[in-house]
Design a protein around this ligand. Structure first.
Ligand SMILES: Cc1ncc(COP(=O)(O)O)c(C=O)c1O
Length: 282
């Protein structure tokens, strides 16, 4: 698969001014050595480390054992604020988000999406020391949707349901069944693949038989074949994102019947792509 690798494909978007590079140090995910070396060499320049606790914008690549823990220890030791982006993971992979699942606590965490079950709301949570600087004359936080009534009411209802009913456990169960079914279909079709991440938001990569550990590895997979299968699914009435960097998100409304139907459509789509003779197998 080495032919797909290209160093110039690393930036995921254009439009980012070159000068931003002066203020941000970008490191490969899961590279604990490089993280340690960088913090030890440059800690005086580093205000905060910002991380997605699993790569929710990259096929749910998981943190390697120790990666988040070492990051936490370094931040504590060197007086750096650890910001965990729970926009995708918060109130989805556990009631306490990735911090509960991985037992690592942020100094500051960001939330959106699931917190209000899709209604417009975002939230910040942090230590008293950090949150207390948000006040007039110090750090300004405001915006169109600040205190949005529909969003906060939706969050109130959502959080009550999460607290009182086994919502996420049920979603996880259905997600596990979906993952197992997809795995079986891909095995039967002899398509190398990896399925990774929590069952509520798992990722799928094709063309390699092990889970990637960072963005570069995940790009070096058969994204074209994934897109072909996804497009065939869309033609058959299911709607996966054709870009496999986006995980498969389940919600409580996805019933067991929906899982069966999705698997049937996936099976038919894989078969159709292979039989078409157009499948990009490598
Ligand atoms: C992990 C992650 N963080 C942050 C954001 C941006 O969130 P918002 O739209 O609330 O600014 C997104 C976007 O969808 C995201 O996926």
């Amino acid at each position: 698969m080495g032919s797909r690798r290209s160093p110039i494909r690393i930036a995921s978007s254009s439009g980012i001014p070159y000068g931003i590079g002066e203020y941000v140090i970008t490191l490969p995910y899961n590279d604990i050595d490089q993280l340690c070396r960088t913090v030890k060499a440059r800690w005086g320049d580093i205000a905060a480390i910002m991380v997605e606790p699993l790569m929710g914008n990259n096929a749910s690549v998981m943190p390697a054992p120790g990666f988040l823990e070492v990051m936490r220890e370094l931040c504590t030791e060197y007086g750096i604020v650890l910001i965990i982006d729970e926009v995708k993971t918060g109130f989805r992979i556990a009631n306490g988000g990735a911090q509960e699942l991985f037992h690592v606590k942020a100094d500051l965490a960001t939330y959106a999406k699931s917190i209000a079950n899709g209604f417009p709301l975002a939230a910040l949570a942090g230590t008293h020391e950090i949150m207390s600087v948000i006040q007039p004359g110090r750090v300004a936080v405001g915006g169109t949707y600040c205190g949005n009534i529909a969003g906060t009411a939706a969050a109130d209802a959502t959080l009550e349901l999460l607290e009182t009913q086994p919502i996420l456990a049920t979603i996880a169960q259905r997600g596990q069944r979906l993952m197992a079914g997809l795995d079986k279909i891909l095995n039967e079709a002899n398509i190398p693949h990896a399925l990774m991440g929590p069952p509520q938001m798992f990722g799928m990569v094709l063309g390699i038989d092990h889970a990637p550990t960072n963005y570069r590895d995940a790009l070096d997979t058969n994204m074209k074949l994934y897109e072909q299968i996804a497009m065939a699914m869309i033609e058959r009435g299911a709607m996966p994102e054709p870009d496999n960097r986006e995980p498969w998100f389940l919600c409580y409304e996805h019933s067991d019947d929906d899982i069966d139907e999705t698997l049937n459509i996936f099976y038919a789509s894989v078969k159709a792509v292979i039989q078409s003779g157009q499948a990009q197998m490598n």
